[in-house]
Design a protein around this ligand. Structure first.
Ligand code: NAG
Ligand code: NAG
Ligand code: NAG
Length: 277
């Protein structure tokens, strides 16, 4: 018994030193640093040049597009696009952002996760770039729907925990391969899904995100998930490999309000081919 309590004391003091060390290691991960880089990213995408980002990069930064690490020079980042819509979410714990961009004339819808080192420098830009032939793609239509939505910041006292937000997203992503996953999704009403340019529900009070959810739970899972979680937005961005549809590069973003699913946005690209189930 005495030994046990000693072990607990050791454990507690180890934990205490660990928690006090965390803020120091993350000193440069503040919203200003993250938003500066996200703004530079949007400026770079608008210009079709990474010049605006140059000061933000760590020397070892990598560029990933549609789930493949590629030379950034060959990526969509070097195409000048007129940006019609932009929203950025902030993850101050992981030191990362998620940005949703729509360019009707591109035409492109872009989902981008940017990750930072503890010194604030950008270590990776990870983009899912949907365009003609992507799943239910029509950037103009997506833009029209996005403009009707409200993604207001959620007041502190009404925010869900990071764990609850991530669990909701994961449960949803598990529905293709787990027969019980849908029971764990905190379905809300109203709730709307924007999948490519397909809108399920028009925001009416009784609209639900449940029509058409997977009934076959024996499909390949959604793997290689990468997360950006923003409690103030109630959101989690999840990038993955959509294995059951041509191993597509997929972005799913979920917003919770009062613990319930409110919005789902998706962008899915099938290696330059026409996406088919
Ligand atoms: C990349 O550089 C940053 C410093 O800017 C460093 O913190 C990080 O560990 C490096 N990553 C790798 C994989 O070397
Ligand atoms: C995209 O949707 C708009 C309506 O928002 C429509 O006018 C246009 O024809 C559609 N484009 C294609 C290629 O289907
Ligand atoms: C469910 O998906 C699996 C994997 O694609 C497929 O083999 C099976 O035939 C599907 N089942 C039904 C009932 O469609």
């Amino acid at each position: 018994m005495a030994r046990l309590s000693l072990d607990i004391v050791v454990l507690v003091s180890a934990l205490a030193s660990l928690t006090s060390a965390v803020p120091l290691a993350r000193a440069d991960c503040d919203k200003t640093t993250l938003s500066k880089a996200a703004d530079a990213y949007v400026a770079a995408q608008t210009a079709g040049s990474i010049a605006a980002l140059q000061d933000s990069f760590a020397s070892n930064w990598t560029y990933q597009e549609n789930n493949k690490v590629i030379d950034h020079q060959k990526g969509v980042l070097h195409k000048s696009l007129k940006i019609d819509h932009r929203r950025t979410n902030y993850d101050l714990v992981q030191c990362a952002t998620y940005t949703e961009l729509i360019s009707a004339s591109g035409p492109y819808t872009l989902a981008t996760q940017i990750r930072h080192a503890s010194d604030g420098k950008v270590t990776s830009i990870d983009t899912i770039a949907a365009t003609t032939n992507s799943w239910i793609f029509n950037a103009s239509k997506t833009l029209e729907y996005v403009k009707q939505e409200k993604w207001d910041p959620i007041p502190k006292e009404k925010q869900d925990s990071r764990e609850a937000i991530q669990a909701a997203g994961d449960a949803y992503m598990d529905m293709w391969s787990d027969a019980h996953a849908h029971e764990k999704v905190p379905w809300g009403t109203p709730c709307v899904r924007l999948e490519g340019s397909a809108y399920t529900g028009k925001g009416q009070p009784d609209d639900s995100c449940q029509p058409g959810i997977p009934s076959n739970h024996s499909q390949a899972p959604n793997t290689h998930r990468r997360y950006v979680i923003d409690q103030e937005m109630g959101s989690v961005s999840i990038f993955c490999v959509w294995e059951h549809m041509m191993m597509a590069a997929d972005s799913h973003e979920f917003r919770l309000e009062n613990g319930k699913l409110r919005y789902v946005h998706t962008m899915t690209e099938c290696g330059g081919k026409t996406c088919r189930l």
